[in-house]
Write a protein that binds this ligand. Structure first.
Ligand SMILES: Nc1nc2c(c(=O)[nH]1)N[C@@H](CN(C=O)c1ccc(C(=O)N[C@@H](CCC(=O)O)C(=O)O)cc1)CN2
Length: 305
C-alpha cells in the first residue's frame, strides 16, 4: 500500500513554495480600515490622526515615512509629519513628543527608527504616551505583551502574525524558530507566537549552530538585517518562511535591488510557503500601523466602534 505523502515529501516533489502576498493582504486590510474609519467618523465626528517624526535624512527612512503619510491619507486618516534636522537635540525631540501627547487631534505617535547617533531611542520611545504608542515599542506596551495582556503590538510582528494565521489557520503546537532578537521584531514576535500556542526558539548573534535550529522550524521568521543569511538547506521542507529583512544591494549593471535575509531562490525549493522581498512583510508593517492608529483612536475617544 502506498503511504500518504507527508508535508515533507509533498514539498520535495513540488519544488516551488506558495508565495505569501503581503502586498495584496495589506491592500485589503487598508481598505477595511478605511471603511472602519468612515464608520468611526460618522459615529464620533472624529478623524483618527497619526503623527510621524523623522529626524535626519536617512534615505530609506524618508521613503518609509512618505509611504506612511500616503497610506494614512488613503485610509481616510489625518497625517501630521514632523521632519526634523539631524542636529535635533534629545531635549527638543522630547519637547515635541510632549506636545503631541497632549494634542487632542493626534491619536498615534511614531518616531521613525533608526535615530541619529546621540539620541537615545529607549528614552524617546518611552516618552510617547502608552495610549498613543502605535509602534507598541514603549516599555508599557512591551510589558503588556510580555505578560500576555492587551496592549498595542509592534507593527511588523503583528503583520507577520496576520500573514501566518491567514496561511496556516491555527498555529497551536507548531515549532516557531525566530532568527534575530531585536526589540522591533524578534522579541515581540516570540511573545506573539507563544501566545498562539507555538513552541518558540529565538536564535541570536551568540547562538551556536543557528542552521540546525532553523531546520526544526515549522515556522521560520528571519529578522537579522543580514541579507542572504538563511540558505535553502536551513529550511525544514514544507515550512512557512517569513522574511523580514530588507536590504538594497547594488548590481553589477549599476542598478539596485531589494533582497531579504533569506536566499530566496534556494528557499523557494524547500519551503511550503514564503514571503517575497519586496512585497511580503514590508507592506504589512504600514497596514498594521493604520490598524493600530484606528484602535488607539477608538480607545482614546471612548472604546466605541
Ligand atoms: N518606528 C519604526 N521604525 C521602523 C520600523 C517600525 O516599524 N517602526 N520598521 C522599519 C521600517 N519600516 C517602517 O517604518 C518599513 C520597512 C519597509 C516597508 C515596505 O513597505 N517595504 C517594501 C519595499 C519598499 C521600498 O521600495 O523600499 C516591501 O518590502 O515591499 C515599510 C515600512 C525600520 N524602522
Amino acid at each position: 500500500m502506498t503511504e500518504p505523502a507527508s508535508a515533507e515529501t509533498a514539498s520535495v516533489r513540488n519544488p516551488s513554495a506558495r508565495l505569501i502576498d503581503g502586498k495584496a493582504f495589506a491592500a485589503n486590510l487598508t481598505q477595511t480600515i478605511a471603511q472602519e474609519v468612515r464608520a468611526f467618523h460618522d459615529r464620533h465626528q472624529v478623524t483618527p490622526g497619526l503623527a510621524v517624526v523623522l529626524v535626519g535624512n536617512d534615505p530609506a527612512s524618508e521613503v518609509y515615512v512618505r509611504n506612511k503619510a500616503l497610506q494614512t491619507h488613503r485610509a481616510g486618516m489625518r497625517s501630521f509629519m514632523h521632519m526634523l534636522p539631524e542636529t535635533t537635540s534629545q531635549a527638543e525631540l522630547l519637547a515635541l513628543i510632549g506636545r503631541l501627547n497632549h494634542d487632542p487631534e493626534i491619536h498615534g505617535i511614531l518616531v521613525q527608527l533608526p535615530l541619529p547617533a546621540g539620541l537615545d531611542p529607549v528614552a524617546i520611545t518611552n516618552a510617547i504616551h502608552p495610549d498613543k504608542d502605535v509602534d507598541g515599542l514603549g516599555e508599557v506596551n512591551a510589558g503588556r505583551l510580555a505578560l500576555g495582556q492587551p496592549g498595542i503590538v509592534p507593527c511588523t510582528p503583528l503583520g507577520c502574525l496576520m500573514l501566518l494565521k491567514s496561511e496556516l489557520g491555527g498555529l497551536r503546537g507548531l515549532h516557531a524558530v525566530i532568527i534575530g532578537a531585536s526589540n522591533l521584531v524578534g522579541r515581540p514576535m516570540a511573545r506573539l507566537l507563544l501566545a498562539e500556542g507555538c513552541t518558540v526558539t529565538v536564535a541570536h548573534i551568540d547562538t551556536r549552530d543557528t542552521a540546525a535550529l532553523a531546520r526544526q522550524g515549522d515556522i521560520l521568521v528571519v529578522a537579522t538585517g543580514c541579507h542572504g543569511l538563511v540558505r535553502g538547506d536551513w529550511i525544514k521542507p514544507g515550512a512557512a518562511v517569513i522574511d523580514v529583512g530588507i536590504t538594497r544591494i547594488s548590481l553589477p549593471n549599476g542598478k539596485t535591488r531589494l533582497v531579504g535575509d533569506v536566499a530566496f531562490d534556494e528557499a523557494v525549493t524547500r519551503a511550503g510557503r514564503i514571503t517575497p522581498v519586496p512585497g511580503g512583510v514590508g507592506p504589512m508593517t504600514i497596514a498594521c500601523l493604520l490598524n493600530n492608529t484606528l484602535a488607539a483612536a477608538r480607545r482614546i475617544v471612548g472604546g466605541a466602534a
